[in-house]
Design a protein around this ligand. Sequence first.
Ligand code: NDP
Length: 256
Amino acid sequence: MLICLERGDNMLKGKSAVITGGVRGIGKAVAEEFCRQGADVLLCYRSNDDSARKTVEELKQYGTRVELIKGDVSEPSHAEAAAKMAAEIFGKIDILVNNAGITKDKLIMRMSASDFDEVIQANLNGSFYFLKAVSPYMIKQRNGRIINISSISGVRGNAGQVNYSASKAGIIGMTLSAAKELGRRGITVNAVAPGFIETDMTDVLTDDQKKAMSEVISLGRVGKASDVAHAVAFLASDKASYITGQVLGVDGGMAI
Ligand code: NDP
């Protein structure tokens, strides 16, 4: 039987990665691209057991190790457990992708304090907990790549998203400071700011909202999760070893 696998160019061969929110949407696309490029991955997920099992089955075709850990990124103990597990299983942590995120869009008048806190807690605090948890391992190795998923909303703002934009702008500030702090330890820290990407997160938008957003995309098409994954894989690779403290827009020209 002829088995034809879609192989990458092994840009991440021998690397190990922790990816939050790694079993669906953009996180899953990042996991797939990482495996295709030869990396072992620990996928963190919160709730979706079926997606988690399915993703592991799908990724087996690439022949690298794919492990799962369940937990809530809002809990510092989950980040610590994930970092410990990755270090034990893989012997090192080369890459962290802080991808897990939520929206709770509402106009300011209708947004409660808990709507605001919940989004900050998951998106911003969660990213900090993972940054803090993996840093000691990367510092010891004197090598590491951290990629934080921000958003065009964190760069440009968006009506109805003061909680989400604040969390994503916070991620950019955190990225810049961490890049300065960890650079001399051989660790790069960058952010990726996607525009409008087709996933479950954007599926809840109305057709009118989708149409309005699509109209301001210079390339004239909505983004795919794989568009983001390719940028993340590049930043995670040795080819990006002199790039740190950057915010890479993956938005089809939406932010121009
Ligand atoms: P999805 O809603 O498709 O997936 C979100 C992922 O985050 C899921 O895997 C979910 O896990 C996980 N997650 C959410 N909250 C938590 C939590 N508290 N603890 C652990 N895991 C959690 O979103 P996308 O794939 O579209 O988004 C991924 C990232 O990209 C997010 O940070 C988002 O803000 C960002 N982004 C997305 C854009 C888009 O247009 N789609 C645009 C700009 C940025 P589970 O399934 O287990 O609940």
